[in-house]
Every structure is written in structure tokens, then in C-alpha cells.
Ligand binder design. Structure first.
Ligand code: ATP
Length: 304
């Protein structure tokens, strides 16, 4: 028998993954897996559950949740010597990573990819001095809405609480004094938003038009602080996605150091991390994940 550990977040997205547990377990058993099943019981629990699965050298680590759950599981894998093959059933709210990797939220279709016609690819992830991330780390306007919104306000107003924080941020764009060292030199200036990306999608927007997810490099997108015009710059960049836009600098790099003493926190895969200087090392092709074969030639151009 092959070994499979399932880790799922019962509070991500519509909170209904429990309904599919029997189906998922049955499909795995039909494919000769012995299954261990764990629901995360608190934030960061997925990290220790993943470390345990890595210690047991499972043949398949099946993760269900949103980007935050994937982020936590990655942080378990990054501290382990054994690297399991990941099968992913997206069940979160945004699921940017699944959207880039074309893994459907439909449980039956996702299981078909994992067990039948999917392909294991080796994807990059990134280690930093503040933890590891899979697809994005960001600092600046709007990226902190999910965790700076007052929890009491969220309880009483729900989604409206996020909109209120968003409106507040619309009028208080941060001016982040930054120095960025990369493969071909450095940038220095005042920025309102900095994105480090290994993905096509971020927050549902197409941020990188032609990402390569296995080349040992990240895409960096920086938005200059331009008083009164910052929101217009975001709108044009996110919605219209022109190739070139004054005030927006894009480049791809394998080495990256970002120096800032701005009080804003970094956002990693949608989760809050510490603020301050960021020192990143891309782990080339270090994450094994099952994806739909239709995207392999498109985003994984350097498979070894
Ligand atoms: N039992 C639990 N109770 C409360 N929070 C939990 C529990 N298990 C995990 N979490 C936390 O839930 C948070 C949200 O998870 P996740 O990001 O997977 O879902 P989501 O926010 O709905 O999806 P997305 O990030 O794709 O929009 C994570 O920060 C995780 O630490």
C-alpha cells in the first residue's frame, strides 16, 4: 500500500470540504493508498502536520484549503528533508495558486487530476528571512487588508469590514522608501506597492503575463509612489495590464534583497509576515506538485 496524508482546513472558503471526505478517501483507497486524515485545528497547525507527513515519507500529501493553507504546508515542507508529492484540492476563497495552476475547485475534477491524468511538475518556491512563500510576497497598499481589518468589525459587518478598510487605504497610500538589489543592479526610490511573484494571478488579477514557474527566478513588480495618481496606476496596471506603464517597473531575478524600514508588514501568500528587510533565495524546482498537463509546457519550461 502507498501512504497518503490528507491535510484540510475546515474553515477555508465555504467551509464545506468535510462533505467530500468520504468520496476523496474512497477514490484514494481504490488507488491503493492507505489514508491518514487531519483537519487543521488552528492557524499554523498545517505546518506541524506537514512536517509529520514528511517524516513519515508519504507517497502523496493531499492538501485542501486556500492559499493560506498551501502557504503553511509549504513552510512545513521547507523545513523537512523529505519532499512529498503534493496533490491539491482548492477549497479556499481566492485560490490564486490553483487558478494559475488550473486546478479546479470541483473535487471530482481535482481528484481526476491527482489520480488519473495529472502530471507531477517541479515548481520553484522561495525562502526568505521571514518564512517561505509559494506564489507571492508583497508590501504596500491594499495587501494587508485581510489582516489589518479589525476583527470585531469583521464579526459585525462581514465582508463590508474589508471594504471599509479598503476605502481607508485608498486615501492613505504608503510611501515606502526602499532599496532593491537584484541580479542586474539595484533600484532605489519611494514606492507604494512591491510585489514579488511566482504566479500569473495575484488577488485574482493577471499580474505576470508570461510567468515561468520553474526557472529559479521570481518576477518583481514595483509601483512608484506618485501622489494622487497611485490608484489610477493600480487600476491601469491590474485591469488593463499594458506591457509597459510609466511608474511601474517589472523584472525577473534570481537574487533579491529588499531593504526597507517602513512599518508595513509583508504579506506572504495572503498571510501576515514580519515587516523590514527581505532577503530571498529561490529554491529552483524544489516543490513537487501534480498539475493539469495542459499547463506544463506553458509555465514549466525548464523541467529537469
Ligand atoms: N481550525 C482553524 N480555525 C481557525 N483558523 C484556521 C483553522 N485552520 C486553519 N486556519 C487558518 O485559516 C486561514 C485561512 O485559510 P486559507 O487561506 O486556506 O483559506 P481562505 O482564506 O478561505 O482562502 P484564500 O487564501 O485562497 O482566499 C489561515 O490563516 C489558517 O491559518
Amino acid at each position: 500500500m502507498k501512504k497518503c496524508t490528507i491535510i484540510y482546513n475546515p474553515v477555508s472558503g465555504k467551509k464545506d470540504f468535510d462533505q467530500h471526505l468520504n468520496y476523496v478517501t474512497r477514490r484514494l483507497e481504490e488507488h491503493e493508498y492507505s489514508v491518514k486524515l487531519y483537519a487543521t485545528e488552528r492557524p499554523k497547525h498545517a505546518i506541524s502536520l506537514t512536517k509529520q507527513a514528511c517524516k513519515e515519507e508519504v507517497d502523496l500529501l493531499l492538501i485542501s484549503g486556500g492559499d493560506g493553507t498551501m502557504h503553511e504546508c509549504l513552510n512545513g515542507i521547507a523545513h523537512s528533508t523529505f519532499q512529498p508529492i503534493i496533490g491539491y484540492i482548492p477549497s479556499g476563497t481566492a485560490c490564486d495558486l490553483a487558478s494559475t495552476l488550473k486546478i479546479p475547485k470541483d473535487v471530482e475534477l481535482a481528484m481526476d487530476i491527482i489520480l488519473n491524468h495529472g502530471q507531477v511538475v517541479k515548481m520553484d518556491y522561495t525562502n526568505t528571512n521571514k518564512g517561505s512563500f509559494i506564489y507571492v510576497t508583497a508590501i504596500g497598499t491594499y495587501v494587508d487588508i485581510s489582516y489589518v481589518t479589525d476583527s470585531k468589525l469583521k464579526k459585525y459587518l462581514g465582508y463590508l469590514a474589508y471594504i471599509i478598510t479598503g476605502i481607508k487605504e485608498f486615501f492613505t497610500i504608503p510611501m515606502i522608501k526602499t532599496k532593491i538589489e537584484h541580479d542586474n543592479g539595484f533600484l532605489r526610490g519611494y514606492y507604494s506597492l512591491i510585489l514579488v511573484v511566482n504566479s500569473k494571478k495575484v488577488a485574482g488579477f493577471n499580474i505576470v503575463s508570461h510567468p515561468v514557474l520553474d526557472d529559479g527566478k521570481v518576477d518583481v513588480v514595483v509601483y512608484k509612489y506618485i501622489p494622487l495618481l497611485n490608484n489610477l496606476l493600480y487600476f491601469i496596471s491590474f485591469i488593463l495590464s499594458p506591457k509597459v506603464l510609466p511608474g511601474v517597473t517589472k523584472f525577473r531575478t534570481s537574487k533579491l534583497k529588499i531593504y526597507t524600514d517602513h512599518p508595513h508588514k509583508w504579506n506572504m501568500d495572503g498571510e501576515e509576515a514580519d515587516g523590514g528587510n527581505l532577503n530571498i533565495q529561490v529554491q529552483k524546482q524544489a516543490l513537487k506538485i501534480i498539475v493539469d498537463p495542459s499547463i506544463v509546457n506553458k509555465y514549466f519550461k525548464e523541467q529537469e
